[in-house]
Design a protein around this ligand. Structure first.
Ligand code: HXC
Length: 510
């Protein structure tokens, strides 16, 4: 008996070594943790239970039958994050570069199936050279099995991808279908085809960092939601995110203890909006003052900064925030900001997270760049996302809410539940100057008349009361009371139910 127990421990020890000490040292030499070290940091101490530690590949080509490391390049299993169940897979770059074989894929699929059945998030730690070249089509089939599960799990359980090394070819498409992608600066890359193939096909010379590094994907492509300094920070941030999310689409996000008075009055908000309507101010200040303990988890902070998306808590409960940022492009909506916010709104709606919308938007960004790029379709994404959302929605207009952008930003007409405005709000078809120049075109050569018309327009429309008179704004509130008003509104909406007509699925403008 003792021998058998010792054998088991020996086999486990061998499996834990993955591709061997030399490759582990090389991994550390690159500033990267190993697959197992990452799992240990991600999960609560001692909570990890492993599946399939002894699985090996079945390939017999290219001398592969002589190299069969236990586990086949991916560590899979389950554990807890602050006591809540999660499933995890972590690719082991020390074993064939973390490449995906048929059996490697089967291990991932097994825990994905369990995650869906048991209603818990899946976290994938990706560090992989893509399809296992020696296995050919068997590995492509393995990828497709994972993709299919990503699609079926979408909107059912949260799926989070952490990119912690090179991810090429098939290795990028599974993360692309998950809810959030995090990268590590200077050690993670994502591309469909690497720099060598790019050079051969298009003659472009580009580094891996330029083509698919963290800066590229958080600032230009928006493929990634955030990038962190190192593996340790990235994993700590994933834990923080999981804490904000429900386990599945039938569950509520966890309620955390809070030590911040929901009725807290913030006198400084009374002067947040500058006297001059064209002077910017930082909308983040408002977000930080509304949430419990000033805590804000921002998503896509480096991309389309004219809109802010992320999570706060109010009375310990998660709230998704979408807010125009007057500091960037005056808070205009454009292609990038519409896409960014639409995806965020849809995530919140899929997982029953209430949405707070803070509005200061002068309209859609004009220009050929926007029109040729399809701003009509992209802007419609955000409109569509809000219009189909059935979660509790509260909207606060701080200043401008002009034109189509007024409609889009969770207006009353898109089933927002509470629509508040500050006294500084201006709800109108457009700004006074633009409006005057159109309706009084004949007076364009008379600056005095134009100035008078502009003033008349401002007096008549640059306020929240025209909309409030029609019930499009439920109440004009004192800025200092905003946290209290919003918290009470969300508290009253906790049992909100909306019936929608049966359909197979909608046809959002993609
Ligand atoms: C098998 C692989 C591998 C792969 C790496 N290795 N990629 N083994 N299949 N795809 C092995 C290497 O042989 C090496 O083994 C070890 O992993 C480490 O690789 P290195 O090249 O030494 O490391 P590094 O210099 O850091 O480069 C990492 C890399 C590079 C950028 C990932 O290995 C690379 O370009 N690999 C190929 C990427 C690729 O083209 N994949 C196929 C994509 S096509 P030893 O024994 O020396 O340690 C695809 C199709 C799916 O994925 C499509 C589905 C839609």
């Amino acid at each position: 008996m003792k021998d058998i127990l010792e054998q088991l421990e020996q086999r486990r020890a061998d499996a834990r070594l993955g591709g061997g000490q030399a490759r582990i040292d090389a991994q550390h030499g690159r500033g990267k943790l190993t697959a197992r070290e990452r799992v240990d940091l991600l999960l609560d101490e001692g909570s990890f239970e492993e599946f399939d530690m002894f699985v090996t590949h079945r390939c017999t080509d290219f001398g592969m039958e002589d190299q069969k490391p236990a586990g086949d390049g991916v560590v899979t299993g389950w554990g807890t994050i602050n006591g809540r169940l999660v499933y995890v897979f972590s690719q082991d770059f020390t074993v064939f570069g973390g490449s995906l074989s048929e059996t490697h894929a089967q291990k991932i699929c097994k825990i994905m199936d369990m995650a869906v059945q048991n209603g818990a998030p899946v976290i994938g730690i990706n560090d992989s050279g893509g399809a296992r070249i020696q296995e050919g089509v068997a590995s492509l089939a393995g990828y497709a099995e994972v993709f299919q599960r990503n699609i079926e799990a979408s909107g059912v359980i949260p799926q989070i991808s952490v990119i912690m090394g090179p991810c090429a070819g098939g290795a990028v498409y599974s993360p692309a279908m998950t809810d959030f992608i995090f990268m590590v600066k200077d050690s993670s890359y994502m591309f469909v085809t690497g720099p060598d193939v790019v050079k051969t096909v298009t003659n472009e010379v580009v580094t891996a960092e330029e083509l698919g590094g963290a800066t590229t994907h958080t600032r230009k492509s928006s493929v990634a939601d955030a990038a962190f300094e190192n593996d340790v920070e990235a994993l700590a941030e994933v834990r923080r995110l999981v804490d904000l999310l429900p386990a599945n689409n039938r569950d509520k996000p966890p309620v955390r203890p809070f030590f911040d008075d929901p009725e807290r009055i913030e006198p400084s908000l009374d002067t947040l909006v500058p006297a001059n309507a064209n002077t910017p101010y930082d909308m983040k200040e408002l977000i930080l003052k509304l949430g419990d303990e000033g805590d804000f988890y921002e998503i896509q902070a480096e991309f389309a900064k004219n809109i802010i998306t992320g999570f706060i808590r109010m009375e310990g409960r998660t709230v998704g925030v979408v807010a125009n940022q007057p500091m960037v492009l005056a808070g205009c909506l454009d292609i990038d900001s519409s896409r960014k916010a639409a995806r965020f709104v849809r995530f919140c709606d899929a997982f029953e997270i209430p949405i707070l919308t803070l509005v200061d938007v002068p309209g859609f960004l004009p220009g050929t760049g926007q029109e040729f790029g399809g701003v009509i379709k992209h802007g419609a994404k955000l409109l569509f996302a809000y219009g189909e959302a059935t979660v509790p929605m509260v909207t606060v207009i701080t200043r401008k809410a002009y034109g189509g952008a007024y409609d889009v930003m969770a207006s009353k007409h898109l089933r927002s539940d509470f629509n508040y405005a500050w006294p500084t709000a201006e709800v109108a078809v457009m700004g006074a100057k633009g409006a005057t120049e159109i309706i009084h075109r004949k007076d364009l050569n008379d600056p005095e008349k134009i100035a008078q018309h502009t003033k008349d327009y401002e007096d008549r429309f640059a306020n929240p009361f025209v909309a409030a008179e029609r019930g499009f704004i439920d109440e004009v509130i004192q800025p200092r009371t905003t946290r209290k008003r919003v918290a009470r509104a969300f508290a009253s909406l906790r049992n909100k139910k909306v019936q929608t007509p049966w359909k197979k699925h909608d046809n959002i403008p993609l």
